[in-house]
Design a protein. Structure first.
Length: 179
C-alpha cells in the first residue's frame, strides 16, 4: 500500500472545484482503514501567468494503484471537472491534481517524483508540512517541517476558511490536531 500526497489547486470557481476534487478523491480512494487527510486550504497568487488567485491544498491517501495508474486517475478527475488535458502549463485551472509524493519514490517517469515544486512553491510546501511534518523529502533529506521553517520566498500565502463536506473517512484540518 503506497502512501501518497497530492497537490490540488484551482483558480476558476475555486471553492467549488477544491470541494469537488476532495469529494472525487474521497469517492475513489477513502475507506475504512484508508482515510483521506486534507490540509488547510491556502490562497496564493498565480505563478507563471497573470490570472486570478488560486486556492491550494494537499491531500494524503493510501492506494494500491501504481504511480502511472494513480496519475491517470487524477487526470480523469481533472477532466471530469473541466480541466482539459491540452491546457497550457501556466494557465487558469478549474481543478489541477498533481502527484507530489508516492512513498519515497524518486523517478522521472511516468511522473516526476518527488515533484520539484514542493521545494519552490509555498502553496505546496506549507500544506505538505502540515500533513507530514516529520516525513523526509526523499532527495533533500530534510523533514517537511524543516524545509518549511527554512523556506524563503516572496510568495504571498494565507489560509482561508474552508468548510469540507462531512464524509466518512475524511480527516479535515479541524480533525488534524497537529495542524
Amino acid at each position: 500500500m503506497a502512501q501518497v500526497f497530492l497537490g490540488l489547486g484551482s483558480n476558476r470557481r475555486r471553492y467549488h472545484h477544491i470541494a469537488a476534487g476532495v469529494r472525487a478523491l474521497h469517492q475513489e480512494f477513502a475507506s475504512a482503514g484508508k482515510p483521506l487527510r486534507v490540509a488547510r486550504v491556502y490562497e496564493s497568487e498565480a505563478i507563471g501567468f497573470a490570472g486570478n488567485d488560486f486556492l491550494n491544498t494537499v491531500v494524503q491517501l493510501q492506494t494500491e494503484l501504481s504511480i502511472g495508474d494513480l496519475s491517470k486517475a487524477c487526470k480523469a478527475i481533472e477532466r471530469a471537472h473541466g480541466h482539459p488535458s491540452s491546457a497550457a502549463k501556466y494557465s487558469p485551472r478549474t481543478l489541477d491534481i498533481d502527484v507530489l509524493l508516492y512513498n519515497q519514490e524518486v523517478c522521472e517517469t511516468p511522473v516526476q517524483l518527488p515533484r520539484a515544486e514542493i521545494l519552490h512553491n509555498a502553496f505546496v510546501l506549507r500544506p505538505l508540512a502540515e500533513l507530514a511534518a516529520e516525513l523526509e523529502h526523499p532527495v533533500a533529506g530534510k523533514s517537511f517541517a524543516q524545509l518549511w521553517q527554512n523556506y524563503r520566498s516572496e510568495q504571498r500565502l494565507h489560509a482561508v476558511d474552508f468548510k469540507f463536506e462531512d464524509l466518512p473517512y475524511l480527516i479535515t484540518p479541524t480533525d488534524n490536531k497537529d495542524s
